[in-house]
Design a protein around this ligand. Structure first.
Ligand code: NAD
Length: 281
């Protein structure tokens, strides 16, 4: 079985991006800039944002984190986004989710200019992705896609089963694989026989949030299995796939941690650079 090393793939991607930033700096005499807005003091969000900032600096991006307390007014955040939209040194804007209840997430997402939406959540980017046009693609599914392509460059005609239909993961993942000519099935909590669906798959992407949902006997030989899940359990962090069981059957599998997670951050940097390049045309 191929253990898909997300840490290594992310390091390789960061290296490539670092070279690209050096080239962009030489060409334009400026570097792409990423601004992250962090609201509140949720520990996981703080850790994610710190990692994003560290990685951005590592590849040579200009990075900035704007912090607000939990009590910040929605208006203040929207005005800051408007200001960043106009700032030419800012190529990408990311508002770390989740947000406090009094702030309307969709309003925040839609205030970010689509051309600076490095998370790919703006409805214009969602529409562009599903229409097959150029767009920012949500970072986690983009990372999954790049890992799958490393194992199997030609996905023509493969049967892909996506477990979970979230806007963040399942839906954009299905669009990326459709674009690669896969036959895609998107399953969810109301799917009648998930095991039977998975047994048909050449590729499984599990993004559910249920520890070890995908079992060994749900996976046929030669299946590529990508585990997006991050679940805290008594035995530590586990994915949505039963790693010990599935690794006996699958052709390739991502570990948790060390699989999809590191690629998510590297893809945020990639998206920032793409936004910068599009803004220079
Ligand atoms: P979500 O809660 O928004 O969506 C979960 C989806 O799973 C829903 O579409 C739901 O219909 C489906 N589902 C629920 N129960 C099911 C069942 N029994 N069978 C089939 N489908 C079922 O979750 P999300 O935001 O997509 O996140 C999913 C997981 O991925 C979580 O563990 C989250 O922590 C993790 N995650 C990881 C990364 C990363 O970088 N690795 C990034 C984002 C999310």
């Amino acid at each position: 079985m191929i253990l898909i090393d997300g840490k290594k793939a992310a390091a390789e991607l960061r290296d490539k991006l670092k070279h690209e930033v050096t080239g962009l700096k030489a060409k334009y005499n400026k570097v792409p800039g990423l601004t992250v807005i962090l609201i509140g003091d949720l520990t996981p969000s703080q850790i994610y944002v710190r990692n994003k900032e560290k990685s951005a600096n590592e590849v040579g991006l200009k990075s900035e984190v704007i912090k607000y307390p939990d009590s910040v007014e929605e208006k203040t955040v929207l005005e800051k986004i408007e200001e960043l939209n106009k700032d030419e040194t800012v190529s990408g804007i990311l508002v770390q989710l989740p947000l406090p209840k009094h702030i309307d997430k969709q309003k925040v997402i839609e205030t970010i200019l689509p051309s600076k939406d490095v998370d790919g959540f703006h409805p214009i980017n969602v529409g562009n992705l599903s229409s097959g046009y150029e767009s920012s693609v949500p970072c986690t599914p983009l990372g999954c896609y790049l890992l799958i392509k490393k194992v199997e460059p030609n996905l023509n005609g493969k049967k892909a089963v996506i477990v979970g239909r979230s806007n963040l993961n399942g839906k954009p993942m299905s669009q990326l694989l459709l674009k690669e000519n896969c036959t895609v099935t998107v399953t969810h909590s109301k799917t009648k026989d998930l095991k039977a669906e998975c047994l048909e798959a050449d590729i499984i992407v599990a993004a559910v949030g249920i520890p070890e949902l995908v079992k060994g006997d749900w996976v046929k030989k030669d299946t590529i299995v990508i585990d997006v899940g991050i679940n805290k359990t008594d035995k530590g962090i586990v994915g949505d796939v039963d790693f010990d069981e599935v690794s006996k059957n699958a052709k390739a599998l991502t570990p948790v941690p060390g699989g999809v997670g590191p690629m998510t951050i590297a893809c945020l940097l990639k998206n920032t650079i793409e936004c910068f390049k599009r803004s220079q045309i």
